[in-house]
Ligand binder design. Structure first.
Ligand SMILES: *Cc1c(COP(=O)(O)O)cnc(C)c1O
Length: 453
C-alpha cells in the first residue's frame, strides 16, 4: 500500500527444516507446561510481525492471511497503535473504570456511537473478550425486556464461556463434554445459500426461522435474536439478501432485541465499518471485539440508550473492562482505519481475491473441488467439496481443506480453515497487506487448490 511504511520486509521466505529448530525447541518446552486443550494451527513460534508478514523464531517470513483471527486489521505493529500504547503505559496501566475512571473509555464510547449503524441515542460498555461482550448483550436484553429466551442460529459461533458455548452451534471442539449448558437458548435455521435445498429467497429463509420461533417458543417469550451478519467460525456464511432486514423488522415489531454479533465482521473487515450496513440493518445492540484495538484485548457492546440505561448502576462492568492501554490502542487503530481508508482497502482485497479465485473455478470446471466462493471485503472463503459434487451433492471435503492449509503453510502462507463441516478455507488478511504480497499468497493458495483438485 502506497501510504503505509512497513518496518519489516514484506516478503515470503521459508528455508530449511519446517518447523525450524528453535520452533521445535519451543514446542518441547510448551508440551511440558501448556495444557493440551489449547491447540495452535501453526507449529512455528513468532518473533516479529508487521503489515502482511509474520516472522518466526528461525527467521522464516510468512504471509499472514489470518490476522490472528481477524484481529490485526491495521497490522500487528501499527506504528500509531504502538505509539499510543507506549504513551499510555508510561502514565497508568490500570485503575479500573469502576473505581477511578478515565477519558480513554469515554473517547472509545464516543467513537462507537459515531461508527455503529443508526443515528439514535446510544450507550456503550467495554469488556475484554468477544464472549464477554455477547454475554453482556444477553444480560441487557433479558433485563430490558423481562423475557428469558434467546434465539441463535445454525452454524453460529459466539464464544467459549458457559453461556456462549450454549449459543454456539458446533459441538466439536467447542462444546463436547463441557456441559451442562445455560438454559433458554433456542436454535433456528440460518440462510446458507450454497446449501439450501431449493432456490429460497432471503425473505423466505427469514420467514422459515420466524415461523419456528413463533410455533416453538412464542415471540412474547423471546428477549433477543442473536446473529452474526456474516457467520465467522461456522463457515463465512453470507445469508441471502433480505434475510437480515426481514428478521430485524420482525424483531422490532415483536419487541425483541436484535443483537448483531460483529465480533469478527466489524471494523472495516467486510468493506464497511460493520457488516450490518451492507443491507441497511440497524441492530438494537451490536457486539464488537477482534479488530477493534489493533491486537489489544478489548470488546464492547453499543446499543439503544433505552436498553442499556435500563440496567441498574453496578449491573455491568468487570475489573479490566475498557483497560486504559486497550482504549488507547483502539483510538489509534480506529484512527489508522480512517487515515488509510481501510474500508476501501477491504473492498479492493475482495476484488483481487475474487478475480483470482473465480478464474480458478472456471478453469477447474464442474469436476473441481471448489463448491462456493463467498464473503465480503477481506472476509472471504472457499468451501471445498469432493470432486464432481460442487453442483450436486456438495459433499464436504475436510481432508482437502486441511491438506491445502498445510501445503500453504509449508510454502510460507498462513491460512485458516473453518466451517461446520471443516471444509472452508478462509481469508482474513491484514487490511494493510500490500497487493504484491497478497498476490503472492494467492499464487500459493491457487497452486495448492489445483494440486488437490
Ligand atoms: C471470536 C468470536 C467470538 C468470541 O470472541 P472471544 O474474544 O474469542 O471471546 C464471538 N463471536 C464471534 C462472531 C466471533 O467471531
Amino acid at each position: 500500500m502506497a501510504d503505509i511504511q512497513y518496518r519489516l520486509e514484506q516478503v515470503r521466505r521459508v528455508s530449511g527444516e519446517f518447523p525450524g529448530p528453535k520452533s521445535v525447541e519451543l514446542a518441547e518446552r510448551r508440551k511440558a507446561v501448556v495444557a493440551g486443550g489449547v491447540a495452535s494451527s501453526v507449529p512455528v513460534y513468532v518473533a516479529d510481525a508487521d503489515g502482511g508478514v509474520i516472522v518466526d523464531v528461525d527467521g522464516n517470513s510468512f504471509i499472514d492471511l489470518g490476522s490472528g483471527i481477524a484481529v490485526t486489521s491495521v497490522g500487528a505493529s501499527d506504528p500509531a497503535v504502538v505509539g499510543a500504547v507506549q504513551e499510555q503505559v508510561e502514565h497508568f496501566t490500570h485503575t479500573c473504570f469502576m473505581v477511578t475512571p478515565y477519558e480513554g473509555y469515554i473517547a472509545v464510547a464516543e467513537e462507537l456511537a459515531k461508527l455503529t449503524p443508526g443515528d439514535h441515542e446510544k450507550r456503550s460498555v467495554l469488556f475484554n473478550s468477544g464472549a464477554e461482550a455477547v454475554e453482556n448483550a444477553v444480560k441487557v436484553a433479558r433485563l430490558a425486556t423481562g423475557r428469558d429466551a434467546i434465539v441463535a442460529f445454525d452454524h453460529a459461533y459466539h464464544g467459549r464461556t458457559n453461556l456462549t458455548m450454549a449459543l454456539t452451534a458446533k459441538a466439536m471442539p467447542y462444546k463436547t463434554n463441557f456441559g451442562p449448558f445455560a438454559p433458554e437458548i433456542y436454535r433456528v435455521p440460518m440462510s446458507y445459500p450454497y446449501r439450501e435445498e431449493s432456490d429460497i429467497k432471503g425473505e423466505e429463509a427469514a420467514q422459515r426461522a420466524i415461523t419456528m420461533i413463533e410455533k416453538q417458543i412464542g415471540a412474547d417469550s423471546v428477549a433477543a435474536l442473536l446473529i452474526e451478519p456474516i457467520q465467522g467460525e461456522g463457515g463465512f456464511i453470507v445469508p441471502a439478501e433480505g434475510f437480515l432486514p426481514t428478521l430485524a423488522a420482525w424483531a422490532k415489531d415483536k419487541g425483541i432485541v436484535f443483537i448483531a454479533d460483529e465480533v469478527q465482521s466489524g471494523f472495516c473487515r467486510t468493506g464497511a465499518w460493520f457488516a450490518s450496513q451492507h443491507e441497511g440493518v440497524v441492530p438494537d445492540i451490536i457486539t464488537m471485539a477482534k479488530g477493534i484495538a489493533g491486537g489489544l484485548p478489548l470488546s464492547a457492546i453499543t446499543g439503544r440508550a433505552d436498553l442499556l440505561d435500563a440496567v441498574h448502576p453496578g449491573g455491568l462492568g468487570g475489573t479490566y473492562g475498557g483497560n486504559p492501554v486497550a482504549c488507547a490502542a483502539a483510538l489509534a487503530a480506529i484512527g489508522s482505519m480512517r487515515e488509510h481508508d481501510l474500508n476501501a482497502r477491504a473492498q479492493h482485497i475482495e476484488h483481487l481475491v475474487k478475480r483470482r479465485l473465480e478464474a480458478l473455478i472456471t478453469d477447474l470446471g464442474d469436476g473441481g473441488i471448489v463448491g462456493d466462493l463467498r464473503g465480503r471485503g477481506a472476509m472471504l472463503a472457499v468451501e471445498l467439496v469432493r470432486p464432481g459434487t460442487a453442483r450436486t451433492t456438495k459433499e464436504p471435503n475436510p481432508e482437502a481443506t486441511k491438506a491445502i492449509a498445510a501445503a500453504c503453510l509449508e510454502a510460507g502462507v498462513i491460512i485458516l480453515t473453518c466451517g461446520t463441516y471443516g471444509n472452508v478455507v478462509r481469508l482474513l488478511p491484514p487490511l494493510v497487506i500490500s497487493d504484491e504480497l497478497l498476490e503472492d499468497g494467492l499464487d500459493v493458495l491457487v497452486g495448492a487448490i489445483r494440486a488437490h483438485a
